[in-house]
Each structure stands twice: as C-alpha cells, then as structure tokens.
Design a protein around this ligand. Structure first.
Ligand code: FES
Ligand SMILES: [Fe+2]
Length: 428
C-alpha cells in the first residue's frame, strides 16, 4: 500500500516534480528511429515527461528534439518545413537546427543580428539499436547510456516496437514487475494437457502460486518466482527492474536472449512502452510453447499525428479492447482479449489514469512491486532532499544483465547459481 502522497510523489513526472527531475537525469528512450525514416522526413509530435516537443531528422540524418512553440511568437513547429539542415517555422520563416540555433530570420532586416541572440530549447539526441535517446537532465556532460544488451544488438538481430498505455508510467511498470499475473491474465485458459510435460509452461500452469525471492541491485531490483520442476529441481523465473523505468521480463531462457522494455512517461496519464528484443532468439523446447499460446503483441494502431496518437492500439478502452465474451466463456482465452499487450492494457488502464494505492490489499505475490516502490521512493526522496545521485546513473555497466527461466537444484543459492548466466545475455 502507498499513501496518496507517496503515489503522487512517484507518479508525477512533469517539469519541476521530484520524480520528473530525477528521471531527467537519465538518458530517456524518446522514440523509435523508424518514426523518422529518412532525412528531411515529416516531423513528429513527441510528448515526453509532460513536455511537448517536435522530433525531426535533418538533411544530414541527425535527429533533433525541439520545443513545440516557435521562439518567435509561438506557432507550433510541427507545421514546420523540414529542409536544408533545419526546421523552418511556417509562420514567418524562422529556421532552427537540431541544437536550437536560429539559422535564418528571413523577415528581419539583413543587418539584424537578432538571430544570434536567440536559442530554441532542444535536447541532445543519440541513436542506438533502433532507438532515439535523449537527455533532458541538468548535467553539462550527460552520463553514458545504460549498457543494455537489447539495445546493442547487431543490425540483423534488432527488433524494436512500441505500444501506448493510457495510464501512468508506474502503473504500467508495476504490471511488468507483477509476474504472477501471467498464469492468469495471459495463460489462464491453458490446461496442463495443452502443454508439453516438463517444460516451463507446464510447470507454470501446474503450479500457479509460486514462491518469491527479491534482492536489491546497483541498477534496481532482481526478483525470482520459483515453483517445483522435476523432482529435486525448481523452475525459477528471474526478472529485473532497472532504474528509472525499465523491466526485463522472465520470458525465454536465462542467458539465451536479450530483452528490455522501457515504460517511458509521455505525461502523467500516458506511457509509451518501447520494446527492445533480440529478433532471432530461438524458442527452445524447454519453454514448451504450444499452439494455444496467446499471440504476442497487438500490432494494429489507430494512427494519426496527435500528441497521444503514437502507437495507440486499435483495441483500446473505447471498444473494451475488443473483448470477445464467447472466447472467454469457451476458454479459448482467459480474458477474451486477443493479444498480450492489450490484455495488459485492459487491466492496468482500467485502474484509472493514476490509481490511488491507499485502497489496495497487497499479498505475498506483490513482493517485487513492494520492493520496487520502496527503491523508487528512497531514491526520489534522497535525490530531492539531498541531491543524492539516483541508482545506476553512474553505473551504466551494471545494466548488462539478463532475465529468463532456469531450472536449479532445490538446494541451490539462486543468486550465486545464476551469476554467470545473468551476465551472459547476448554474446552473438
Ligand atoms: S512564430 Fe515562428 S517564425 Fe514567427
Ligand atoms: Fe502482462
């Protein structure tokens, strides 16, 4: 349970809020590279931590993230002409480069040097692994990017995608850290006979109430859910929370793949999930996926160029996520909602944009959520009150870590026994 004040402290990320300021100290995945497909392409409206920004790729292919309102008299630069090394406001023709420098002021006398005195607000951007990263923080020299394996794969292996959640970032992230829901929301219609015996999925279905272990790490929190496997062994699902908003789900096999999701706040009520996956990662027999396994991601989007249009699923709250009651009754699907991400959206969005946690009743299965909240609260208070550098910011190397399933002898120490596998992640 969180008090109303604690929820507010964690949830709000606009400029000047404690969590918003702390989050800005980290590099932030702002958009997918493919949203700006070529030099001088159409600009994109980017809502990021409550700030309205315009993303554009200039003639040289460099990405800029500039304030929405033109510094002259405030017209939106979204309508701008993206041409010859900058974004030109269509109101009076002032033109800005990716650093916010004013390159031209064609309606001013030629002798005027006003353009040199003016600077638009921009945030530095770098591209890596199909993601545009930006730094909105206070440091003159930003920290290094987090050393995430899923964001540093070779080109043929990169798979990036995104989906929007119409709720607060913490609520969406808590849905990831709450691994217990998978046996119900996502796999609840599977029966043991639908799966291969002695596989991850089989053990998950047969034992829906695992036990949990949680430990603090330099980058955040590591947690594991364990349940019986073959006699003398336990099936462990090991997952990660990494500051400030990353999750690594226990999907796949530990040490065999790279995956990271970023739950990036657009504003307090909208979140963009940026998914970084390793494309060729094999489905191994131990996972036990069957034909009845629910489909992965919803891939149909409403479209449009508005502030909250990016990656908004067609199956959304307005149509009850295309809930199929017949499929729910027949048991084809536990929820009656087709794709995993829309299933997640139905439950996390239906809590309301920012759920007041003072009314919840946390149980044993919520232990990782509790620990993550505690770490976030400690970090944001220490940052706001004493200026303490938040976790992981200056230890980007610790982000090289994996998640996934593993079978361990009953008596094994799960942390020591998985140390090598966790660091293995992707090796090419
Ligand atoms: S408002 Fe943009 S150039 Fe005048
Ligand atoms: Fe889920």
């Amino acid at each position: 349970m969180l008090s109303r004040e604690e929820t507010e402290l964690l949830a709000r990320v606009g400029p000047g809020t404690p969590m918003g300021q702390m989050m800005r100290e980290y590099w932030i995945p702002a958009l997918l590279s493919q949203e700006l497909p070529h030099p001088d392409c159409d600009p994109v409206r980017v809502l990021l931590l409550g700030e309205k920004l315009i993303a554009f790729r200039d003639t040289a292919g460099r990405v800029g993230l500039i304030q929405n309102h033109c510094p002259h008299r405030g017209a939106s630069l979204f309508y701008g002409r993206n041409e010859a090394g900058g974004l030109r406001c269509v109101y009076h023709g002032w033109k800005f480069d990716i650093h916010g420098r004013c390159l031209e002021m064609p309606n001013e006398p030629p002798e005027s040097d006003f353009k040199h005195k003016l600077r638009a607000r921009t945030y530095p951007c770098v591209e890596r692994g199909g993601v545009v990263w930006t730094y909105m923080g206070t440091r003159a020299t930003p920290p290094p990017l987090p050393n995430l394996a899923a964001n540093q794969l070779p080109e043929p292996e990169i798979e990036v995608a995104a989906i929007q959640h119409e709720c607060n970032w913490l609520q969406a992230l808590e849905g990831d850290v709450d691994t217990s829901h998978a046996s119900f929301l996502h796999f609840g219609s599977l029966k043991p006979e639908d799966t291969e015996p002695d596989t991850f999925l089989y053990w998950m279905i047969v034992h829906p109430a695992p036990r949990y272990a949680v430990v603090d790490t330099p980058y955040g929190v590591m947690y594991g859910a364990y349940r019986p496997a073959t006699p003398g062994y336990l099936y462990w699902r090991i997952a990660q929370f990494l500051f400030p908003f990353y999750s690594q789900a226990p999907e796949g096999v530990l040490g065999q793949h790279a995956v990271t999701h970023a739950l990036v706040p657009m504003d307090d009520h909208h979140t963009l999930r940026i998914m970084m996956h390793q494309k060729s990662h094999e489905r191994l027999p131990i996972q036990g996926r069957t034909a009845k396994y629910p489909s992965g991601w919803g891939r149909q989007f409403v479209g449009g160029t508005g502030w909250t249009d990016r990656f908004k699923p067609v199956a959304n709250a307005e149509n009850d996520y295309q809930l199929d009651r017949k499929a729910q009754r027949r048991g084809d699907s536990y929820s009656g909602i087709a794709a995993i991400r829309e299933q997640d959206n139905a439950v996390t969005e239906s809590m309301g944009p920012i759920y007041d946690r003072s009314g919840e009743h946390l149980a044993v299965s919520d232990v990782a959520v509790i620990r993550m909240r505690r770490r976030l609260l400690q970090a944001v208070r220490a940052y706001a009150e004493k200026g303490v550098t938040p976790p992981g910011l200056d230890q980007p190397e610790t982000y090289w870590v994996g998640s996934g399933g593993v079978v361990l002898p009953e008596e094994a120490d799960w942390i020591a026994a998985t140390e090598v596998l966790r660091q293995q992640v992707y090796t090419g």
